[in-house]
Design a protein around this ligand. Structure first.
Ligand code: F6R
Length: 244
């Protein structure tokens, strides 16, 4: 895993935006895997600015989001669909048909996951996958567990994830207990992975990730097995790697 430590959140977001722009400029019909949460907000803002300045063109880009809460209506203000629409899709020149998001309002989550998995492989797989890092080491919503699910699946969220994400909801009780998420093999099939982490609250899990060998109790350690992964972090999150 290549590690790039940036001096600020803005700098980290800018580097990630440059990587995506480079990917799209080299291959205009690139397939992107996208994440939500607080970490990539700066990245989306920069991509919106670059698109407005015509530095990057999303007209042929195809996207697949990592996950969605379950159950969750697309129109809910806390859905990842609303997040993506508000922070990115409505502000760049992406084609609606090229945007793929798991539906948290499906009656048949298993079928929804199977179709999603097929759609990804029909597009030739993901070229560049953006990931955030959960405080408990999850990637997508692949939570710490003895056994990792490989393909896109429905999963029960850990209490720590529910607590962490309750900051977006009125109360902890309002956070859905389940989610649909790409699996570990889905993420691993990406040709390149960029995992982003910022802020002091990620310092503990970053140091655990590097002080432990590959294990499923810290799913992010599995990324050490992927041959083209970059960890992009700010110095507050990666302080321990710098021994400061
Ligand atoms: C979001 C996702 C999650 C987040 C992770 C970190 O689509 O898959 O794995 O990336 O929970 O969230 P933030 O960035 O809010 O700390």
């Amino acid at each position: 895993m290549q590690i790039t430590i940036c001096d600020s959140y803005e700098n980290m977001s800018e580097k990630a935006a440059q990587m995506i722009a480079e990917q799209i400029n080299n291959k205009p019909d690139s397939v992107l895997g996208l994440a939500t949460g607080s970490t990539p907000l700066g990245l989306y803002k920069m991509l919106v600015d670059m698109n407005a300045k015509k530095e990057v063109d999303f007209s042929k880009v195809i996207s697949f989001n990592l996950d969605e809460y379950y159950p969750m209506k697309q129109s809910d203000k806390n859905s990842y669909f609303t997040y993506m629409l508000d922070n990115f899709f409505s502000q760049v020149n992406m084609e609606r048909n090229n945007i793929h998001m798991l539906r948290g309002d499906t009656d048949n989550p298993e079928a929804e996951c199977e179709i999603y998995e097929k759609q990804i492989s029909d597009c030739g797989g993901i070229d560049l996958q953006i990931l955030g890092l959960g405080n408990n080491g999850h990637i997508g919503f692949n939570e710490p567990n003895k056994i990792m699910e490989l393909q896109t699946h429905i999963t029960k969220l850990h209490t720590s994830t529910i607590m962490a994400n309750s900051r977006f909801f009125n109360s902890v009780e309002d956070v859905p207990k389940y989610a649909l998420t790409m699996g570990i093999a889905t993420i691993f099939s990406a040709k390149k992975i960029v995992i982003m982490a910022s802020g002091i609250e990620k310092k503990k899990i970053i140091s655990e990730m590097f002080n432990n060998s590959v294990n499923t109790s810290i799913p992010a350690t599995l990324l050490k097995l992927h041959n083209n992964t970059v960890l992009l972090c700010d110095h507050r999150a990666c302080c321990d790697l710098l021994y400061c």
